[in-house]
Structure formats: C-alpha cells, structure tokens
Design a binder for this molecule. Structure first.
Ligand code: GDP
Ligand code: ZN
Length: 311
C-alpha cells in the first residue's frame, strides 16, 4: 500500500492524529516502532510535531510505519530513578514562554529553567509577559534589567488591549512554536486574539483538565497555515529536571561568559570557591543579582539530582 507523509498534531497513548493534505487521520503505531531501542527511554515513542510515514486502511484509519528523523526533542523528566522522559513535542523552531503581570504572579525562576532547556536543545526561546494592562513601570524595568545581559528576547503583550500581539504574531509566523506557561497567564486568550477563527475555550478548560496535568495528552498542534503551527500545552506545568552537569551550568548564563576566565578555579561553580570573578561582578552590579540567585537555585537542584543519581 502507498505510504504518505504527515505531521502528528495530537497523541493519546498509542493513537495519534496525523495531518496530511488538510485531512486529519487517526492512526495507530506499528509495533516495531514501540520496540525501537532509541525510544525506550521515553514514555511515549511518538509526539506532536513528528513527521511520519503512514498507510491508510480501507476503513480510513491509518498505520504509522516510521518516524522521520527529528531536528530536536523537547522533553520533560520527572523525579525518581526509574521515571522515563515524556516527549512534549519535536521539531520546534521556537519556544514561547508565557508569563503574566500580577495574575498569576511572574515566576522568573520557572522561566530561567525553561530557557536552559531551549538552549540545551538549540531551540530559540522568547519570553512573552502578558497582561501588560496590569503592569507598572517598576516591574517592566525589573524584567528588562533581569534579562538584558542574558540576551533573552522579551515581549510584553495584552490580550485585552492587543498591545504587543502584532510582534508576537510576527515572530511566530512561518514557524512551529511551542507555547508554555502556567494556566491562567492568558495563553488561550492570546491565541484567540491572534487567530479569531480558532475559538479556543478560556480558563474553565484549564480547570477541568487539571487532573491531566501530569500527562502530555492535552498537547495539541494548531496548524494556522502550511508553515505556521502553534503547539499549545494546556495543563503541562512541570518541566522537571534537566541533564546539565552542575559545574557546566555557568556556561548557559550569557551574562557570566565574559568573566569565566577570571575565576581562579577551573571549573568554578561560582558558589563556594574563593576568588570567583562571577561573584565579584555580582557584587559590583555588573551581573544582575537576582539572575545570579536563580543560577544558585538551579545549581543546587542539579547538584542534589546528580548526587542522588550516582550515590
Ligand atoms: P490560559 O490558562 O493561559 O489559557 O489563560 P486564559 O486565556 O484562559 O486566561 C485566564 C484569565 O486571564 C481569563 O480570565 C482572561 O480573561 C484573563 N486574561 C487573559 N489575558 C489577559 C490580559 O492581557 N490582561 C488581563 N487583564 N487579563 C487577561
Ligand atoms: Zn567563579
């Protein structure tokens, strides 16, 4: 039978919805894919964003024969020695982290952890802070300073006034973007504003899917055109741990880069070592202090993770 190529837009266990020639086909996975040894570390062998080769049965359902090579994988790992990684999505061009002013409160520690993940997988990340209509100049300035030397792009938007959304629409055009953020930040409202035809349900939905928040079952790609796709992750709140060795963490902080050569110890973890140039620059005000504190916070959780893994 003739095989066709399509893109996975939704996954439920071993079933998935594949989009091909503007048609959605419900597919199952051929058994041999599930046994592929490169995939056994993952809880789900297939994910939203995957390009697949499939065949259509007489009854209109499909069978996926193979998954094409992935450009990148955005996954999540939960605590616990034997836990497998969940693949949230693959083949991403961009990650948009959505936060909001005031309701719910900004959580830059969460943002910093996600920035690392994008960096590690080589996926560009943009921070979008929504509910600009609830902001104050102080907090706007704080966010800008926080990420200035980190060289992170920050957009500020309001799904109520529309401010900033043209820019968001521009940066996501002709790309596949993953939208992540806690529920309530306005992800759905933004998507509805940008794409009035899609009619996603706001707020109450995130409540009703709460029990599914530890699964990736709610992840779905919304194809807006041939080249533009948005992957919504309602209810995915936790992104767990990442595989970065604690002593390598500093390499991921752009604002540390110019100073790393100045540390006496190599490698230096910029925590307890004497004559640490990074710590000196924090004191001098050349590295934003709260970013450094966020660094320490991540450093300690990685350290704890690696200690439990190897002891
Ligand atoms: P989601 O859970 O991230 O998808 O968030 P929703 O889009 O469901 O929005 C949660 C709540 O925030 C709703 O009551 C929205 O009306 C409200 N909201 C969304 N965007 C904005 C905004 O830019 N400004 C203000 N003031 N409220 C917003
Ligand atoms: Zn140092």
């Amino acid at each position: 039978m003739k095989s066709t190529i399509g893109i996975v837009v939704k996954v439920y266990g071993l079933y998935s919805t594949v989009l091909s020639n503007n048609q959605k086909i419900n597919c199952v996975l051929r058994g041999k894919i599930r046994q592929n040894k490169d995939l056994v570390r993952y809880s789900n062998p297939i994910a939203v964003g995957d390009y697949v080769k499939f065949e259509i049965n007489a009854d209109g359902t499909g069978v996926i024969n193979s998954i094409l090579e992935r450009n990148n994988i955005f996954s999540r790992k939960e605590k616990g020695k034997n836990k497998k990684e969940d693949i949230i999505a693959t083949n991403l061009d961009l990650i948009i982290i959505i936060q909001s002013f005031r309701k719910p409160k900004l959580n830059l520690r969460f943002v910093d952890r996600l920035l690392l993940r994008g960096d590690k997988e080589n996926i560009p990340v943009i921070l979008c802070v929504n509910k600009l209509d609830l902001s104050t100049n102080d907090i706007i300035e704080y966010i800008n300073n926080y990420y200035l030397d980190a060289q992170i792009d920050v957009l500020m938007t309001s799904a109520i006034t529309g401010e900033g959304l043209d820019r968001l629409s521009e940066v996501t055009s002709h790309k596949t973007s993953l939208f992540v953020g806690n529920s309530g930040v306005g992800k759905t409202s933004i998507l509805n504003f940008l794409f009035p035809g899609i009619n996603l349900r706001t707020s109450d939905v995130s409540e009703s899917t709460k029990k599914g928040r530890h699964t990736t079952a709610n992840v779905e790609m919304i194809k807006l055109s041939e080249n533009t796709g948005i992957i919504d992750t309602p209810g995915v709140r936790e992104f767990g741990l990442m595989d970065i060795q604690p002593h390598m963490l500093g390499q991921y902080f752009n604002e540390f880069k110019n100073y790393l050569d100045g540390c006496e110890f190599r490698p230096c973890t910029h925590y307890h070592e004497p004559n640490c140039e990074v710590k000196r620059q924090v004191e001098l005000g050349n590295i934003f202090k709260d970013r450094y504190i966020s660094y320490l916070n991540i450093f300690h959780s990685l350290k704890k993770y690696y200690e439990s893994k190897y002891n």
